[in-house]
Write a protein that binds this ligand. Structure first.
Ligand SMILES: Nc1ncnc2c1ncn2[C@@H]1O[C@H](COP(=O)(O)OP(=O)(O)OP(=O)(O)O)[C@@H](O)[C@H]1O
Ligand SMILES: [Mg+2]
Length: 319
């Protein structure tokens, strides 16, 4: 008989879809049985162990531990996401519908769970996926598009299928970040447009998926946004550079506890215009670092100087 520890290891290896580990434990059990004089069961187990992992890739879902899926359990509250009211409302609606999915289901409806996030770089698209995962206490699986796409189209399709099968076996938030990369690498394309076919099959998978997982595709590439694409998603959420109100809220939340000065100064706001949420966050980090390193308080002049420095980088680039 296998020990409780061995059974525990088997279950763990299974849940991680770790074939090697699973095989090792089966062989350990076989050795244990052989020692007890149960030769035939030991032989049978060894034979079965040889077959582990030999099944073709198709149909075997991926899971935690797969190099194609980056697994995290984020910890980020919705209130940390500074966006327009329209965007916030749409994110809240995803959460509310997920929490009430059984209620909706009873009326023949389903919660919105196929979401496209689009907009400028550094405005919170990737962050939104973390917030949704955190608020719903679900794991976040970020699909490593570069590891999924290979120059062998057949293999890419198998990998894509595995990812969609994982969505059924492990409920979570599945983020295809910068997902336009799936169809964007023209150098991999050939005259019969296989890359385009991969993008199309990705869209078909999205359309036919009936799992409980939430699928989020994010892009800052406006070019791919055609009507055919919108149709596959339950919702499209747009992300913009922060307006004055968001700039003010960002400074407040990022510098909370570090400074008491009124950062709602109109000079700060006008100097921050045109920068993304991500850049403003980095400037706040820089200000905090400067204040720690030089043991000096964070001042408006310091913030404005960091903001101007950032603008100058762009001017330099454009020149
Ligand atoms: N709307 C926001 N509210 C609060 N913080 C933000 C917001 N957007 C960005 N940030 C900060 O900037 C970081 C980077 O943002 P994020 O990666 O979500 O941008 P993105 O829209 O995915 O950009 P890209 O299009 O380049 O992938 C976040 O981790 C967060 O610290
Ligand atoms: Mg992103």
């Amino acid at each position: 008989m296998a020990t409780a520890e061995q059974i525990k290891s088997l279950v763990k290896a299974y849940s991680l879809r770790d074939d090697e580990k699973f095989k090792t434990v089966v062989l350990q059990i076989a050795a244990h049985e052989a020692k007890l004089g149960h030769g035939s069961i030991a032989q049978e187990l060894k034979k079965e162990a040889d077959n582990i992992g030999k099944k073709p890739m198709i149909g075997r879902p991926l899971n935690i531990g797969s190099p194609m899926l980056d697994y995290t359990m984020p910890c980020l509250e919705l209130k940390e996401l500074i966006v327009s009211d329209t965007t916030l409302h749409k994110v809240e609606r995803i959460l509310i519908e997920y929490r009430n999915k059984n209620k909706l289901y009873k009326s023949g409806l389903s919660n919105r769970r196929k979401i496209l996030l689009e907009g400028s770089p550094g405005t919170g698209k990737t962050m939104t996926a973390s917030v949704i995962a955190s608020e719903l206490k679900l794991p976040l699986f970020t699909v490593q598009v570069d590891k999924m796409v290979t120059k062998f189209m057949g293999e890419t399709s198998i990998r894509l299928r595995q990812i969609f099968e994982s969505m059924s076996s492990t409920t979570g938030i599945y983020l295809f970040d910068e997902f336009d990369a799936i169809g964007a690498d023209r150098s991999l394309d050939n005259e019969i447009g296989e890359m385009r076919r991969i993008l199309n099959s990705f869209l078909q998978f999205i359309e036919t998926d009936t799992s409980d997982s939430i699928i989020i595709a994010a892009t800052n590439n406006q070019k791919i946004l055609d009507k055919a694409l919108f149709r596959r998603f339950d919702d499209v959420i747009h992300y913009d550079l922060p307006d004055d109100d968001q700039i003010q809220r960002l400074f407040n939340i990022k510098l909370e506890g570090y400074t008491k000065i009124g950062l709602y100064d109109s000079d700060i706001i006008s100097s921050a215009r045109g920068l993304s949420h991500s850049e403003i966050s980095l400037i706040c980090d820089d200000a905090i670092k400067e204040s720690i390193l030089y043991d000096s308080p964070i001042t408006q002049a310091m913030i404005i100087s960091l903001l101007n420095e950032r603008h100058r980088i762009y001017q330099g680039k454009e020149a």
